[in-house]
Design a protein around this ligand. Structure first.
Ligand SMILES: NC(=O)c1ccc[n+]([C@@H]2O[C@H](COP(=O)([O-])OP(=O)(O)OC[C@H]3O[C@@H](n4cnc5c(N)ncnc54)[C@H](OP(=O)(O)O)[C@@H]3O)[C@@H](O)[C@H]2O)c1
Length: 229
């Protein structure tokens, strides 16, 4: 299968790339090469500036994962319209542009599977998350509607992680005391790893699991569904 990762140089995307490269052709489009080995094809690509159609991609794309995201946590009163626009541009509008541009290649494949990322903060209201919750909420609605419109040919699912130890979450996990506090908030008493999330993305991309679409899957140590305090 040809799997395209938008983002895949660090964090969850990098872990997905490593896992899937064993059995698939994986192509990563991101600004930097990051931790990618030479056996994974990489295109320099900025989703905010570049057109995905300018890259030399295969005619058929069987799997697509959109990784770019943000964690800009601020009180609502400090956020400007521009901050909301930036969150929407990176998380949502650029995703829409990529999918619109790649539709012909996704349709060329007999079946294809798309995986997007949301956040636990869409299902559970959390202070200081208005910007990111709004942008990721847009992804969830978009994904469900897209899944309905393109069934049975294209499957679309969303993973909604809680705090996961990647470069994106560095500031929130920068010392042992923060890590312990964040771990304690989760019923499963730890934060996520890139592998926790990548495993589920790989599962959703696989043909073996081709009866799953339109789902928002919380991989969050139980945070969105359990109250054990
Ligand atoms: N980590 C968490 O705690 C957490 C929690 C909830 C949801 N999520 C979501 O999970 C997804 C993956 O996050 P992560 O933690 O793996 O983050 P990460 O380590 O920062 O990885 C993000 C990837 O996206 C790429 N990227 C960012 N901006 C880009 C741009 N303008 N153009 C092209 N590629 C770009 C980065 O590559 P380059 O920098 O090389 O371009 C990188 O490969 C995100 O959507 C995030 O919102 C993460």
């Amino acid at each position: 299968m040809n799997i395209l990762l938008i983002g895949g140089s660090t964090g969850i995307g990098l872990e997905i790339a490593k896992q899937l490269a064993k059995k698939n052709k994986v192509i990563v489009a991101s600004r930097n090469k990051g931790g990618l080995n030479d056996d994974i094809e990489h295109f320099e690509f900025d989703v905010l500036k570049d057109n995905i159609t300018d890259l030399e991609l295969p005619d058929e794309i069987h799997g697509l994962v959109y990784c770019p995201g943000s964690i800009n946590l601020k009180p609502f009163k400090m956020l400007k319209q521009k901050d909301f626009e930036e969150e929407m541009n990176l998380n949502f509008f650029s995703l829409v542009k990529v999918i619109q541009s790649l539709l012909p290649k996704l349709k060329n494949a007999e079946n294809s599977s798309l995986v997007f990322f949301s956040t636990v903060a869409v299902k559970v209201g959390m202070p200081f998350h208005t910007g990111i919750a709004a942008a990721k909420g847009a992804i969830e609605g978009f994904a469900k509607s897209l899944a309905a419109e393109y069934a049975p040919k294209i499957r679309v699912n969303v993973i909604a992680p809680s705090l996961t130890d990647t470069p994106l979450a560095e500031k929130l996990l920068s010392n042992d005391s923060k890590k312990e506090k964040m771990s304690e908030r989760h019923p499963l008493k730890r934060v996520g790893t890139a592998k926790d999330i990548a495993n589920v993305a790989a599962f959703l991309l696989s043909d073996e699991n081709s009866w799953i679409t339109g789902q928002i899957i919380g991989i969050d140590g139980g945070l969105s569904t359990l109250n054990i305090s």
